[in-house]
Design a protein around this ligand. Structure first.
Ligand code: SF4
Length: 199
């Protein structure tokens, strides 16, 4: 039986620890930490690579151009963003939006694992290759749009990162964008099934 109040308190403790973390060099160049946001009771959580410039300035995940596209993707399938939980592998912006190093990912990973333990989602959606490879090996192109068993009863459902879609604007059949619009519908169907079981 989940204790909602206890979970909220635990998440605040994790966020406070993130806010003062200096465990890796990204702490020296960040403006704000970006712990993550949303519904900690969501059965689905989205995990990106790391904060970009807009996220670093605001302290919120997925609010820049890629975030706006992400919102459109969610809305296209009928998701309401605030009912979901959204975070990143690393909680501080890598300079020039470079890929976080394996040392930085390792230093930060206990925060993400703590968030996952508190939320206990049924589905984790890694957005892009870096997030995918945190959870499992494989190529994002081959893995996206499929479910994989992870730890416990959690399934992994990889999708392309919205930043990648911004660089690949084609909407033709088989393009990354078209495939993503298919993937989000598959995810919504799984989400609806979970929500129906819970009622
Ligand atoms: S990226 Fe993670 S480990 Fe590095 S300083 Fe930020 S919170 Fe700490």
């Amino acid at each position: 039986m989940k204790d909602d109040k206890k979970d909220e308190k635990l998440m605040r403790v994790v966020e406070e620890k993130i806010s003062i973390c200096t465990a890796c060099p990204l702490s020296q160049t960040r403006t704000n930490v970006v712990p993550g946001e949303g519904n900690i009771h969501s059965p689905v959580i989205f995990v990106g690579e790391g904060p970009g410039e807009d996220e670093d300035l605001s302290g919120r995940p997925f609010v820049g151009k890629a975030g706006q596209l992400f919102d459109k993707i969610l809305e296209s399938a009928g998701f309401v963003r605030k009912t979901l939980y959204i975070t990143n592998i690393v909680k501080c912006r890598p300079p020039q939006n470079r890929v976080p190093s394996s040392e930085e990912i390792l230093s930060c990973s206990h925060f993400l694992m703590a968030q996952i333990a508190i939320i206990n989602p049924q589905i984790i959606v890694p957005l892009g290759a870096t997030a995918l490879n945190f959870f499992m090996s494989g190529s994002i192109t081959e893995s996206r749009g499929k479910f994989f068993e992870w730890k416990g009863n959690i399934r992994i459902f990889p999708m392309f990162h919205p930043s990648y879609l911004l660089r690949n604007q084609s909407k033709e059949s088989g393009s990354p964008k078209a495939l993503t619009w298919d993937d989000i519908r598959i995810l919504k169907k799984a989400y609806d099934e979970i929500m129906t079981q819970g009622t």
